[in-house]
Design a protein around this ligand. Sequence first.
Ligand code: G3I
Length: 382
Amino acid sequence: MPMSRRRFCTQSMAALSLAALSKKRALAEALGSTGLGDLYRGDFLIGTAVSNRTLETQDRGMLDLIAREFSAVTAENCMKWGQVHPEAGRWEWELPDRLVRFASGHGMYLLGHTLVWHSQTARDLFQAPSGGGRISRDDLLRKMEEHIRTLVGRYKGKVAAWDVVNEAVDEDKGWRRSPWLEILGPEFLERGFHWAHEVDPAARLLYNDYNMHNPGKARFVAEFVRDFKKRGVPIHGVGMQAHVMLDSPTIAELEASIRLFADAGVQVHITELDVDVLPGREGSATSEISTRVGYSAELNPWPDGLPAEMERRLARRYEELFRLFLKYRDRIDRVTTWGTSDDETWKNNFPVPGRTNYPLLFDRKKQPKGAYRAVAALKNSG
Ligand code: G3I
């Protein structure tokens, strides 16, 4: 090869590897100094749920990681009725106040979760104040109004959005038969939205549920959302929790629901994303909180670490999910994972207690996983 040609080739190769190197460096820098929230700025917010443990111990490592990587935070537990308002007249403000200070201090979008839910309520919520029997319709409405006015009012201007009602729809049977429904009828939903809006008109108000890929459930939700909008009930978004598995639901199923909600005239929030990698049994593919499956070693195959092939499958799953979310970036306001690192996920104890699960973007040492890199690379490949 003539000298000049060899030099040309050597120089081209050097230029190529330099380009590869600088792309790699750009990715490393992006990951090191900014984080997913910055990478996805302009597409949608990237959120995580903050646990009670993080707030109680004021875990610096975790809080710094969250501040660097995410642009939104959700109260995983501390704003639920049973935690913040465990009995009539008693309010526990310490943890939610800490979360509000943290979010405000870092300019993060804060999601209040949740005003009205049938689970994790105060023990006496549905009991008559006199002690005997079920509470009356009027008394429950009074309690509900006082709860919403107090909680939303305290954080007015600080909580950007509320999950006003959580999980009020059954899989295929319409409204869930909860005490809320039995005592108040479906009217309880719109009452909640109206009260929250009156107190903080700037807050975005959402309906949030799991298994929203189920076409029957999604249609039911889209229908009442349209009805609410027609009648002036202030609803601004639908939360798809997205507690998914490696192979289900399909991307097509999720996509159909995103379109359905967007066509109903509201923004979509992916509110509780995680990917369960462990083997299932009957009942384990649902997020119905009352589901319980007994522990067995075969249901907990990787207590000491996830095999490389499973890591790759998890990364591919996150990648296809985020590709879908990016496709609908103008309809999706936020994608939130339900927790930050695998050691703190609820999936270690649901529906089977005491397992070692790997559903999130950071591992048990709070290091980014392959799934994280796959999600980040989607924004660095262009
Ligand atoms: O606060 C008590 C503490 O005082 C007590 O010592 C401890 C002992 O078990 O329990 C603590 O309460 C726990 C609570 O989380 C706060 O840490 C409850 O036992 C535990 O059941 C509860 O689990 C939460 C679950 O909701 C309960 O409904 C999970 O952390 C939380 O991730 C999960 O989140 C829900 C969403 O709100 C709605 N969508 C489904 C999602 C997953 O279930």
